[in-house]
Design a protein around this ligand. Sequence first.
Ligand code: GLU
Length: 549
Amino acid sequence: MDYKYLAELLFPCVTLTPEDMEKRYPPRNLPEGAVVSRHAPSPTGYVHLGNIVQSLTSERVCHQSGGVMYLRIEDTDAKREVKGAVGILIDSLAHYKIRFDEGATADGDVGAYGPYRQRQRRDIYHVYAKYLVQNGMAYPCFCTAEELAAIRKRQKAEKANLGYWGPWAVWRDRPIEDIEKALKEGKPWVLRFRSTGSIKNKYKFYDLIKGEIDITENEIDIVLLKSDGIPTYHFAHVVDDHLMRTTHVIRGDEWLASLPVHIQLFKALGFKLPKYAHIGPIMIMDGNSKRKISKRKDPQFGLIYYRKCGYPVESVYEYVLTILNSNFEDWRRANPDTPAEEFRFSLKKMNPAGALFDAAKLNDISKNVVSTMSADKIYADLLEWAKEFEPGFARALEADPDYAKAIISIGRGGKKPRKDYGTWSELREYMKFFYDDTFDVVDEYPEEADKSDIKATLAKFLETYNPADEQGVWFDKIKAIAASLGYAPEMKEYKQNPGTFRGSIADISMFLRVAVTGKLNSPDMYTVMQILGEARVRQRIESMLSRLG
Ligand code: GLU
């Protein structure tokens, strides 16, 4: 077969050569050990935790080594593409502080190794497709879907290995006349790789996360170009990662099964093989067993969930590091105030079987993260969240920023900050009682509480209440109310002789608390009253008094 002739027949317009490509995309001038890697998502419109796990892993490894991280849009599957998806993707990654040095951006591509969107790289793939045909390493296949199904059926009947390979590859060694005829008839064709591998050959391969793995050679004549001339993932991966000078391919382990094909293609094209790191899936507990997190079953897989709940970006970032690197938590305990970016991320510390997602842990981490934030930052982030998800609340926040910040400041600062909320939706719940239009008595007084004692407490409080009182004076007044009603003003006294009192100062405080906050639990009452202000405090107590009748 005259392969040169065949190559001209198939790709008459391709005039550039692999040498031209090498010149256009020369090796990067980076120091020894600098990692070049990428995030290479398909724009489906659904951005998920897997995107963050993969991109954060790559980003950390690149930037820690002084290397380059880029964003490549893998849009070869037009059927899966959703309008606006690239924008959503770019936005979400930026929101979670994934830094790219080059690649696709909202304003077009940035960087010397582009285009970074695969559909714009068609001509580049065709240069290599032609080269492979010229060298007898690829050929056109005109099989229809029916013909392929028939082959499969026969393979099943004969218990042969499935797929388009060796003796089953009907176009592999077809005479040129057949090809010319099919082309003339305008039959659609795909370009296939002529595999020289055999499944009898096995070898060891080192994956940076999985460790040593066994590889079986690929014998299938896989498709390189689909009938519309667009490459398959396999072909695009090899061409792009070579030309973009990727040193480390860090990706989900669903691609592990295709690794033999990729290694084979790198060799066939004479490219240096990059290092590979295959990340295990994110797992989730389902009853007592673990399973892969899923788009269909688990709302927590989609990033929009975190945005809606109002998890701070910092919390999600910190959480992902916690589940990805087994030593992150120890590091965090030893370095409580250091930015998470300073943690030394390591592929070796990743669980080859995949990280376990744990919602309770995320909440704990988030409460910690929020407890260290300043009131100003929380106010700003809360407002941004509220504008999107709770516009009425956003207006209340903007109407009186000082009031909101005073609420947020409760228990903040100091050695042991309060950890009441980990998300902006929780904070919104927490703040509800401070605003009259969302204030509600959500907790009733306990059954055993004496109604006339409650009323007496509330009435007496109103008589002596003075918002100018210092905390000590304020509390002494409450103690005096307790004593006057036969309640122990000190807990110690009460504990020693419970039988001699109607209750304790804790009950008296609770009577006030339910009236003023509508809840059995609240932050420090004195502070709460200071923030609410005299008018609100009086009005709420009066309204409770009239409720009690
Ligand atoms: N487009 C592929 C995916 O979304 C990329 C895999 C890779 O990183 O090579 O899974």
